[in-house]
Ligand binder design. Structure first.
Ligand SMILES: *Cc1c(COP(=O)(O)O)cnc(C)c1O
Length: 404
């Protein structure tokens, strides 16, 4: 494809073309502008009260997310990674125990296990869903396994029927990395609530994103909720869930400082009013991409939504395709002012931070293939159909050798 890349620039005698519009990988500038009055109203309440973290906007967001997801308990923390670490600890995963994690995910899915002083044990993914394969997870279970951690990636949940069955068979907990999965439900149960608990990340690019870091733990187990609420605040005992009522300054366990900022909670409360509308917009944009990319040579696969006997709903967080010559396409799109991301360039078992687990290339072929072939395209509610047209025109031209 390199010849295609080198002849896309016009000859010196050609009339200067209007510069092509740039399409960033992510922006929320116009959503932010539209929501500004509501954000300002919520942020002003924070300023008026003068409590900037772990305060009333955080408590209000916890209630609102509990209502949206149906979670009996929702515990706000500083980011999704902390949510995973605290969930693992609160769920009783002990130092030295093992947690089965898919080899294809964001690094935090496994580093959280290390931070909780347990050991991640990798298993391969189902190439159809990019998520943990239940039988591979079953094969990774040992007498030391405390939990299985499915990760719901991009637009759909892992095969939770299969995962829950394996967990029951082996009597281990299910803790979901549902950081990307707000709005996704399995037979009506929100992601994160099918096992002992799950998490949400409100990192800015996520489906519900703050203007900085924020995260949440979801659980139906009151003991897990209580422990998580204690751990997020230095292990302090007392009225930890109703944190407005005040807490003791005695620490029963070594916790951490993972309070959520009220300014982020304020932004999220405002954005939550538009979440369902944003999710519908994301579905429209995904369909528009699908329609334009499905028959492009070189595009090996557009998003597949697994057909299940269970009722599940896709929620598009990331729009990702599998292509030939992935790195050359990414470089070409960058040249054309189009942002892309690789989720994820390196499988977890080959990350240097997990080298002590002793894995080699070839250990998890489905995870490795996904890392080599996938590319995420610009995708957010602010994206226009014109933007989608431009991205798809450049991709088609790249593979068919035409110039744009
Ligand atoms: C974003 C993400 C996280 C971490 O969330 P942060 O808020 O960025 O710490 C964990 N797991 C997955 C799968 C994610 O996508």
């Amino acid at each position: 494809m390199s010849d295609v890349m080198s002849d896309t620039v016009g000859s010196p005698s050609a009339p200067a073309a209007a510069p092509a519009r740039e399409v960033p990988f992510f922006t929320q500038a116009s959503s932010f502008e539209a929501l500004w009055p509501e954000i300002a109203r919520q942020v002003n309440k924070v300023m008026d009260r003068g409590k900037y973290s772990h305060g009333r906007q955080v408590a209000q967001l916890e209630k609102a997310i509990a209502a949206y997801t149906g979670a009996p308990y929702a515990i706000g923390v500083n980011n999704g990674t902390d949510a995973l670490v605290l969930l693992l600890r609160a769920a009783g995963v002990e130092p030295g125990q093992e947690v089965v994690v898919p080899a294809f995910s964001f690094v935090a899915s496994a580093s959280s296990v290390v931070l909780a002083r347990a050991k991640p044990v990798f298993a391969d993914i189902d190439p159809e869903t990019y998520s943990l394969d239940p039988e591979a997870a079953a094969a990774a279970v040992t007498p030391r396994t405390a939990a299985i951690m499915p990760v719901h990636l991009f637009w759909q949940m892992a095969d939770m029927r299969g995962i829950l069955e394996v967990a029951r068979r082996h009597d281990v907990a299910v803790l979901e990395d549902s950081a990307e999965a707000i709005g996704m439900r399995w037979n009506g149960v929100h992601a994160g609530l099918l096992g002992k608990g799950g998490v949400l990340s409100f990192f800015p690019t996520k489906t519900l994103g703050a203007l900085g870091d924020a995260g949440m733990i979801l659980t139906g187990d009151p003991a897990v909720a209580e422990r998580a609420a204690i751990l997020r605040h230095h292990g302090r005992m007392g009225k930890t869930i109703d944190h407005i009522a005040g807490i003791s300054n005695l620490s029963g366990v070594s916790g951490t400082n993972s309070k959520m900022d009220d300014i982020q909670a304020a932004v999220l409360l405002a954005k939550l009013t538009r979440l369902d509308q944003d999710i519908a917009r994301r579905a429209e944009l995904a369909a528009a991409y699908d329609e334009r990319l499905r028959d492009v040579p070189g595009v090996l696969r557009t998003p597949v939504v697994a057909q299940r006997e269970d009722e599940t709903n896709p929620v598009f967080y990331v729009y990702l395709i599998e292509v030939e010559d992935r790195d050359a396409l990414a470089a070409h799109l960058a040249d054309q002012g189009i942002g892309t991301e690789i989720y994820y360039p390196t499988p977890l078992h080959l990350q240097p931070c997990f080298a002590d687990l002793g894995h080699r290339p070839g250990d998890f072929p489905n995870a490795e293939a996904a890392c080599a072939r996938t590319i995420a395209l610009p995708f957010y509610p602010d994206l226009t159909i014109d933007d989608v047209d431009r991205v798809c025109d450049v991709i088609r031209a790249f593979y068919t050798g035409r110039t744009t």
